[in-house]
Design a protein around this ligand. Structure first.
Ligand SMILES: Cc1cc2nc3c(=O)[nH]c(=O)nc-3n(C[C@H](O)[C@H](O)[C@H](O)COP(=O)(O)OP(=O)(O)OC[C@H]3O[C@@H](n4cnc5c(N)ncnc54)[C@H](O)[C@@H]3O)c2cc1C
Length: 536
């Protein structure tokens, strides 16, 4: 098996570090890179420390056997026009990141034996729903209105997270007024008041895999965030998802900062209630009084911060009020023919056994051999107009499905690539089950697949630095969104949080967290001119 060659970032060695840094960022995912780039814009010299062999976190790509796959970016919304999201991507990447639109029908939901779709554009999205559910026009219009009001709530919610605790106390009445109560209810409760048409509810929740919880478990906040994000369709980064980190890193380097890979932080050093720096896995200490953890809150307070300090500052207890999101399997498929010849679409396929997503999940976790509650299929080489320049005559496909972490726990102390025959056999069996879904939807691929490999939650731990193979960091329950401590500022002086656990998952969610963390760190006044540059 040929190893991956697609690596970005600079390999860590103690002698490659600068004499001093203004800030250290742990983790080079979208949250960490955004924070580092914005601090660099403010003239700071930032050291980003990434444990993996390449930068980007879930936005990284890898190559093997002449194919290239992304691991955590299938589509991004809100970038087809000069939106707040697009302007921030443009700013961070110096305009170098380009976006290719997917098909108008960007999502297709196979629900039992029925097929439903989502179309790009607010009006087209609404009209397409009404076309599929002609008796439900009123419910659909009320749903669109709920999305709109949830959006105001999301802005207020984000603003609340940036405030210092005393400011938040003062602002509470305003924030409550701006945040509609339904965003903290379950998605199911909200939608079942609009309609009792189970197929419509299933179609509206057809993207639940994008935030990881079926409707009875998820907060409507998470449902609304995802639905709004993709309302104008899906886009793919031209050149592959690794281009995201590749285009941001120069901004960090411009003020003397660097993004180091193979740089695992072992511990955040804290003395007298304040951060002093980090200790690396090789034992080397890097001194700095500002450390931003973009490695997830569980990793931070149950790994990087001494347990005595996590306990005394209350974080150990607070972590009990949130849960890890589900873990997943990935299948990375390579074909020796082009997406066009193979008839691969620029549409995501979501395959569900029935329209009762919660019951399907329940069955899956409790009954051995039960069907996957969702199988997601994406066609990256079809979406990327530059793919054939890098890998002529080939095509790639990615399949994602949930998998309980417990299935893999017994191998968790083994090493990647050497987990044993029983693990390989189990992986093979799971891979075959998922490939059967691919062939069922695209029978023309029979005999055309040249290579495929399977990743498990242990791969997520190994490459992404997670503890339970978390697909999206913390689970997106209503309870999670009511945890004020999930905010950039921590109770430890000089320690800040960013990334998907601060507000929500998604590349954009992590990027917006980076903007919030930087603003909380330097204050609105210093951030003002940067905001002006970004948003005009
Ligand atoms: C299969 C899958 C599909 C997805 N699809 C999409 C999609 O289509 N669109 C979308 O918007 N989002 C998608 N997401 C979600 C999105 O990728 C993430 O929500 C987002 O990228 C998270 O960014 P982050 O910076 O918070 O965390 P991460 O990207 O996970 O970055 C955290 C980084 O910290 C590093 N780290 C951890 N511990 C240490 C340590 N001790 N020392 C040094 N480094 C450390 C890790 O290696 C990692 O690089 C998907 C995710 C997955 C897994």
């Amino acid at each position: 098996m040929k190893p991956s060659t697609l690596r970005i970032g600079y390999r860590y060695r103690p002698n490659r570090l600068a004499e001093s840094y203004d800030a250290i960022v742990i983790g080079s995912g979208m949250g960490g890179l955004t924070t580092a780039a914005l601090l660099s814009e403010l003239g700071q010299k930032v050291c980003v420390l990434e444990q993996h062999y390449t930068a980007g976190g879930y936005t990284h790509s890898y190559e093997r056997e002449g194919y290239e796959w992304d691991v955590g970016v299938h589509y991004i919304g809100d970038v087809g026009a000069p939106t707040r999201t697009r302007k921030l991507f443009d700013f961070l990447s110096d305009g170098k990141l380009e976006w290719a639109p997917m098909d108008e029908e960007f999502d297709r939901y196979y629900v039992g034996d029925k097929v439903f779709t989502a179309r790009a554009g607010k009006q087209a999205f609404r009209d397409n729903l009404v076309r599929q559910f002609p008796d439900e026009a009123d419910a659909i219009d009320r749903y669109m209105e709920l999305l709109r009001s949830a959006s105001d709530g999301l802005s207020a919610f984000g603003m609340g997270r940036m405030l210092k605790p005393w400011q938040r106390t003062l602002a509470t009445p305003y924030l409550r007024w701006k945040t509609p109560e339904h965003v903290f209810r379950s998605t199911w409760d909200v939608l079942s008041e609009l309609t009792d048409n189970q197929d419509l509810i299933a179609t509206l929740c057809g993207q639940w895999g994008d935030m990881g919880l079926p409707p009875k478990q998820s907060a409507f906040m998470a449902q609304a965030m995802i639905a709004r994000h993709y309302l104008y369709g899906g886009y793919y980064p031209v050149g592959g998802s690794w281009k995201i980190a590749d285009s941001i890193i120069p901004k960090i380097q411009a003020t003397g900062g660097e993004v180091f890979t193979y740089a695992r932080v072992e511990r955040i050093r804290i003395e007298d209630g304040a951060v002093r720096g980090v200790t690396m896995q090789d034992g080397h200490d890097i001194d700095c009084d500002t450390v931003v953890s973009a490695a997830g809150v569980a990793n931070t307070f149950r790994g990087l911060v001494d347990s005595e300090i996590s306990k005394s500052t209350g974080y150990e207890e607070k972590l009990d009020s949130v849960e890890p999101s589900f873990a997943h399997l990935g299948v990375y498929v390579g074909c020796k023919d082009t997406a066009e010849n193979l008839g691969l679409p620029k549409t995501n396929y979501w395959i569900y056994p029935s329209n009762d997503y919660d019951a399907d999940v329940e069955r899956f976790v409790s009954e051995e051999g039960a069907e996957f509650p969702v199988v997601y299929i994406s066609f990256p080489s079809a979406k990327d107009p530059d793919y054939l320049n890098r890998h002529p005559g080939t095509a790639t496909i990615e399949i994602v499905a949930p998998a309980p972490y417990e299935w893999f726990e017994r191998w968790q102390d083994s090493t990647w690539g050497k987990r044993g025959d029983d693990y390989d056999v189990f992986k093979k069996e799971l891979g075959e089950r998922l490939m059967a879904h691919l062939y069922a939807k695209l029978p023309q691929l029979e005999g055309k697949v040249d290579y495929y490999e399977v990743s498990t939650p242990l791969s997520t731990n190994w490459f992404g630095g997670y503890q339970r193979g978390e697909l999206y960091g913390l689970s997106h329950t209503a309870k999670r969104f009511q945890q004020d401590w999930l905010s950039p500022k921590t109770r430890i002086n000089g320690l800040w949080l960013t990334g998907q656990d601060v507000v929500t998952c998604g590349v954009t969610g992590a990027m917006m967290a980076g903007l919030m963390t930087t603003t909380a760190m330097v204050g609105m006044r210093r951030m003002g001119p940067v905001m002006k540059k970004i948003y005009g």
